[in-house]
Design a binder for this molecule. Sequence first.
Ligand code: ADP
Length: 212
Amino acid sequence: MSNQISNENPPVITCIGIGKSYSETTTAVRDLNLTVNYGEILVLLGPSGCGKTTLLRLIAGFEEPTTGTLSLGGQLVSMPGKFIRPENRKVGMVFQDYALFPHLNVQKNIEFGLEKSNKSSETVEKIVNLVGLEHLLKRMPNELSGGEQQRTALARALVPNPTVMLFDEPLSNLDATLRIKIREEIKEILKQAQATTIFVTHDKEEAMFLAD
Ligand code: ADP
């Protein structure tokens, strides 16, 4: 997170006074200001229930903020009276449970996000190589290890070339050894892809390792 806003390189993510109340008694996010610069990894660390997932959902457009404005890649996507729908935001999201389509093989899962965009298969090939899945393209999700499923989910999110990548506790379902290996891989892949990222975790060590 940076407090410096330069005109030459405006932040890719800007939240100003963002708030979300689900009801009169439940305020999940209150008056939040943050910026994330191009290629930066911001980690949100905090206990369960502190509002991390809600913030990701606001940025992705799955929730509408109660207050404040939100810009992605220089485009105002949420403000009072204006709301850009999730499918029209260039956001890639990776979830805790990977959310792969069980009836599609690895290749079809990865290509899923491309239906509405014009990316060439070169892009798919590049990302598949980046995440090291070349030899598993024909496998079904239930034939993959947890780490391989997570790399498939990561590739699927990266392929449409999103402006912003959001991760919601993506390593929670992996055992301790694999967690460390996959977080190293994820960091390397995000840095190579120069992805602007918000990563949510409740694991301090993971946060310290991943965050810029
Ligand atoms: P975290 O990701 O840090 O665990 P959440 O953003 O999921 O936190 O939740 C923040 C607060 O908002 C919690 O008190 C939670 O119960 C509440 N909350 C989350 N989603 C909803 C919802 N759809 N309706 C009502 N309350 C919600």
